[in-house]
Structure formats: C-alpha cells, structure tokens
Ligand binder design. Sequence first.
Ligand code: LLP
Length: 424
Amino acid sequence: MHHFALNGGALHAEDVPLKTIAEAVGTPVYVYSAATLRRHADALTRAFAPHEATLGQPLVAFAVKAASNVSVLRVLARSGLGADTVSEGEIRRALAAGVPAERIVFSGVGKTDAELAFAVGLGLRQINVESTVEMERLAAVAGRAGRVPDVAVRVNPKIGAGGHAKITTGGEGDKFGVPVEEALDLYRRFGRDPRLNLVGLACHIGSQITELGPLRAAFGVLAAMTRTLRAEGLDVPRLDLGGGLGVAYAGDDPTAPLAEYAAMVAETVGGLGVALTLEPGRLIAANAAVLLARVIQVTERGDGRRILVLDAAMNDLLRPALYDAFHDLVPVAPREGEALPHDVVGPVCETGDTFARDRPLAPLQAGDLVAFTGAGAYGATMASEYNSRPLVPEVLVDGSRWAAVRKRPTYEDMLAREPAPDWL
Ligand code: LLP
C-alpha cells in the first residue's frame, strides 16, 4: 500500500500534486511519502504483535542502504525503527536522523579497522562479523579501545535466495557470511574472549525474496546452531534474521505476506527465547517513493517503433540497467487513448540506459510528467553523476507539507568539488 494516487485527474503524493513538486524542484526528482514509510513500518511491527509472547518485540533495524536520506531515516526513527548499516557514512546518517546507538547494527563484508574502532567507540547494538579474520581484527581494535562490543556472527547457511543473481547473498559461492562449521568454531573460540561479548548469530540470504521456504530453511540453520552452542555452555541471546522480503513492483507480483512471515519466524526460532533483530530495507521503502521525470521527446522510427526519451536516466535509477528490474511508469496527468508499445530510455550514452522495452503506454507528449513507481528502495541511494548529470534530488511529502530533503547540486557545485592542482 502506498499514498500515490490520482486525485482530480492528477497524480498526487499524499495531498501534494506531483506537478507542483516538478515545477518547483525540476525533474528528475525522487518523491517520498512519509505516510507510506510509517505505514510499512507499522505493518511489520503489527505482524509480529500476535507472537509477542514467544518472540518478544523484534528490533526492526531499517537497512539504510535502501534509502539513506536523513529525513527518510528520521521518519522511520520516529516510528521506532533502528538502523542496519554497512559503513561509517551510514552510521553517521542514522545518528544524524536520531537513531540511538543502541538501535544501530553494523553489518558488511569489509569493515576497515577505523570503521570498527568508530563503531566500538559508539557502543552500537551489535557488530555483525562476517569472517574469522574480521573477528580477529575486531578483537584487537576492541582490546586497544578498552571497550567490549556486542558481536554477532553472520552465518552463510548455503541457502541463497532473491529476485536476481546479483542480489543473492546466502549461497555457497557468495562472498557473505561465515560457513556453518567455521562459524561454530569462531563462536567457540571468541565466545569466552574478554575483549568481545558474543551475543548471537545473524544471516541475510538475499533480497526481493517472494517465498518463505528459503528463509525458513536459513532460520532453521540458525536455530540448530543456537542449540549446539548452548549445549556447549555458550550464551546465544540474540538472532538477527536479516532482511530480504520482496515487494510487488507490478500489480500481479507475488509477495511473502507479513503475517505468514511472522508466523514462520515464531515456528522456527520462537522456542529459543532469543531477542530478534530484523533488517528490512525494500519492504519499508520501495513503494514509498516515485522517481518523477519529464518526457523530453517521443521519437518515432521508420519501423514504427516509439521511443520515449525521458530526462531521467540510468544514473538516476540504476535497477533496470543492473538487474533488468521492472518499474511501472505512470503518467502524472493521464490522457485518453490507446496504449501502444514504447521503448523507454534516458539520455545517457549507453544502450543499458533503457528502462523498458515495448512497454504499453497511453499517448504521451514532450513535456509530460511521468513517474516510475516502486523507486524508494535502492533508487536514490544508487544514483550517480554519470554523464555529468547533477545528482538527482529528493523530496519528502508529509500530508500537505513537502520539502526538498536533498537538493540538486548546481553545475558550480559539481565543478567546485574538483579543484585543479596548481601544477596543472
Ligand atoms: N541486511 C543486510 C546485511 C543486507 O545486505 C541487506 C541488503 C539488507 C539487510 C536489506 O535487504 P532488503 O530487505 O532490502 O532486501 N540494490 C539491490 C538490492 C541489494 C540488497 C543488498 N543487501 C536492488 O536494487 O535490488
């Protein structure tokens, strides 16, 4: 569910016409709905409410990489969400948004010593360690700092899942997590190390997962490991179940219903009495933003092909180029007329800068506004300035209020970041 809808023949974000935003800020621009962000956060919390007796209240740590604008994070922080982070930059964003350190998880396959020291100094909720060598580095860093961080071991359960090979993370050949046997040994080895406080296990097996089977199997692996370690007298008070739940990008896409997800979590790990962390990104943010763009021109080729050229490009929304991802394209002021197939492209000089091929679209003209839906997760965060196109701005709408929460850099801003050395 989201809050982008036609009202009087014009597409709105909550109470604000997208046309108003396009005229004030220009296009392309990401437009987020605060009400949608809140609704998604609440939906997940509500899905777990019936299981409170067995599961407690999970910490929902929003995966900052999905949508890292500080104002977006602030909306989620006010809804009680924590943050799952993968860099010092993301930790700083979460803190700036008002997420308390004890609700911030630090994940990631390649944390530097400096980043580990930063995290240890802050006393984050936990640091998810992804390899034996990283655990050794963290122990050394913590020893030097004289602080004992809470640490979980991210397990690679050899169960990959997800909407595309490039976003599967739990498979045997993937770079993430520690294989089960090695993870058990790691836990045994560091479980009694005074420099670290091992608090549990974590996994994240992929993204845009639309069926529960692989997640169920992975959580079963974590449950079995928990029992094994406890039988040896080690404490395993927490499990971090990662993110990965898929969303509908098209009307008929399958999704994993939240109530069934929560029931499955209760079945797999409910008896263990562990404190849970969830790390959803896409589920919270994907349908909470659109990428608003303007039609530059409609090119009609001799062979009858229609090419819709937008002022948004792959540098603004990379997912179609990188993962062949589908994003619906809707007109901001729909016209009557027969839908005809269009190739939808941006101005960047690559064939990969194609958002869709043969997409049936009602008539559009130069100057029309259009919106890519489902663009709130991994949209603005993956944008770049390729082809020297200024970084796409972001707008947050809340009811009838709205504000540009990331401004479009001017060309002067862009050039000022590149000072020429005096010897050139
Ligand atoms: N936790 C960890 C450790 C992760 O690596 C990720 C995502 C998440 C949580 C959140 O996963 P989600 O709930 O959003 O599925 N750029 C890709 C998605 C990459 C996901 C990377 N890891 C895309 O646009 O589809």
